[in-house]
Design a protein. Structure first.
Length: 191
């Protein structure tokens, strides 16, 4: 039930990590030249944005437990993935480094949820004596989408995405939203 969710969310995260600095360099400094001053500035800005989205993840992961218990892991995860997708969709369109922190909130919420809610969903249906086996299989659905995403982007970057990392990031946002829709189809055991 979670295969499509995991495929889309992990491909999106892989593309985000790989192309966010390039997208920021293109959006803010109009460059894709890794040796340019604008690109170096984009690396520094992405470090700040990344630290911020990790702080958001840390803080919201602690608060998310209450909402997950109240509304269920699939609903909370779907909302967080939707907000993450919107963040990825809008991040490459920001024209000021200060505005990058707004979409980073969405990405941070998505990351917080990815690190917990899928495991909550799985744990609710896995027999306790088989937890190790199922967790191993479950973790394969992290590695496979990352590998598949790397292969796909290497084949399509120049022709489909026009060699523009902003297009990759926006597509990652759409994939994250598809993961949100796929999450709503996951059925977990009632408590």
């Amino acid at each position: 039930q979670m295969a499509w969710m995991k495929l889309f969310q992990w491909m999106a995260m892989g593309w985000y990590w790989q192309y966010v600095t390039y997208a920021i360099a293109r959006a803010l400094f109009g460059t894709s030249d890794a040796s340019s001053e604008g690109f170096r500035d984009a690396v520094l800005i992405n470090s700040q944005v990344g630290a911020f989205f990790n702080m958001v993840s840390f803080a919201t992961a602690l608060l998310m437990v209450r909402y997950t218990q109240r509304f269920g892991a699939p609903k909370v995860h779907a909302i967080c993935l939707l907000l993450s997708g919107l963040g990825m969709l809008f991040l490459p369109q920001m024209s000021s480094s200060a505005w990058l922190f707004l979409p980073a909130v969405g990405v941070g919420l998505g990351w917080a949820s990815i690190m917990g809610n899928p495991y909550v969903m799985l744990a609710s249906v896995v027999p306790p004596e088989r937890t190790g086996v199922y967790m191993g299989i479950f973790n394969m659905f992290i590695v496979i989408p990352l590998l598949l995403g790397g292969f796909i982007i290497s084949q399509l970057y120049n022709n489909v995405f026009a060699g523009d990392p902003r297009n990759v990031l926006m597509t990652a946002g759409v994939m994250m939203m598809l993961a949100a829709v796929a999450t709503l189809r996951v059925k977990v055991a009632a408590k």
